[in-house]
Design a protein around this ligand. Structure first.
Ligand code: HEC
Length: 200
């Protein structure tokens, strides 16, 4: 079952990358590909004084493609309890370095609108909850990455713009494949039938 899901995910990545409204707008130069809201959201996303999202979810416009990840580990406070104790130690498990406690690798937000729930533990159910997480104090943690800007009292409009922008990261679905959520088997019922026909 696991193998099946992994294969599915990589299929999704290779087929989808490159044709989202965002790609057509920023990399393809099509000014009409994104809505006004999404364009404002992109500005917030890149603005070091505002969202500052791009420092980790990098765009690399000059290279002509956008990977949306710096491929590094960061501490966001995911996996930390209110009192600061960690329910999930992240990279520390492997590195045993103190500064890696609660650090997770930056995922790319492509097709993000279709891939809820969010964060490695899936505890955030919507993109709105993700923004609430970034904007609020989050779960404080001595090592929390300083690059996380708490959008200073973002207006409802600013939040909405950022969400519309993230929705513009969704590429067209290949004709024969449904949305990832439809595609993934709900229940992981292994086929009861003896697949190898090896009954005595
Ligand atoms: C300091 C680096 C850093 C900054 C700044 C940052 N992120 Fe993240 N982001 C991460 C990491 C690391 C994760 C994964 C955390 C986890 O899995 O627990 C993540 C997860 C996410 C996810 C969920 C992805 C998924 O597949 O579950 C979204 C959406 C997201 N970030 C959007 C944003 C937005 C929008 C901003 C700006 C407001 C932002 N990020 C700023 C590092 C960062």
């Amino acid at each position: 079952m696991k193998g099946f899901q992994t294969r599915n995910t990589s299929l999704e990545r290779t087929e989808f990358v490159g044709n989202s409204p965002f790609d057509r707008y920023l990399l393809g130069g099509d000014q009409t590909a994104m809505s006004e809201e999404a364009i404002r959201g992109l500005e917030l996303y890149r603005d070091p004084e505002k969202g500052n999202c791009e420092v980790c979810h990098t765009i690399n416009e000059e290279k002509g493609y956008a990977l949306f990840s710096d491929d590094k580990f960061h501490i966001l406070g995911v996996g930390a309890e209110i009192d600061g104790t960690l329910s999930d130690i992240g990279r520390f498990e492997i590195s045993q370095a103190e500064e890696d406690q609660g650090a997770f690798k930056t995922p790319h937000p492509r097709n993000i609108a279709d891939s809820a729930p969010y964060m490695h533990d899936g505890h955030l159910k919507t993109l709105k909850e993700v923004l609430d997480f970034y904007n609020g104090p989050g779960n404080s943690n001595d090592f929390r990455d300083e690059k996380i800007k708490e959008l200073d009292h973002p207006t409802a409009q600013e939040r909405a713009d950022l969400i519309v922008f993230m929705e513009a990261l969704t590429g067209e679905h290949p004709a024969k494949v449904g949305s990832p959520s439809e595609d993934e088997p709900e229940a992981t019922e292994p086929a009861e039938a003896s697949a190898d026909g090896s009954s005595p």
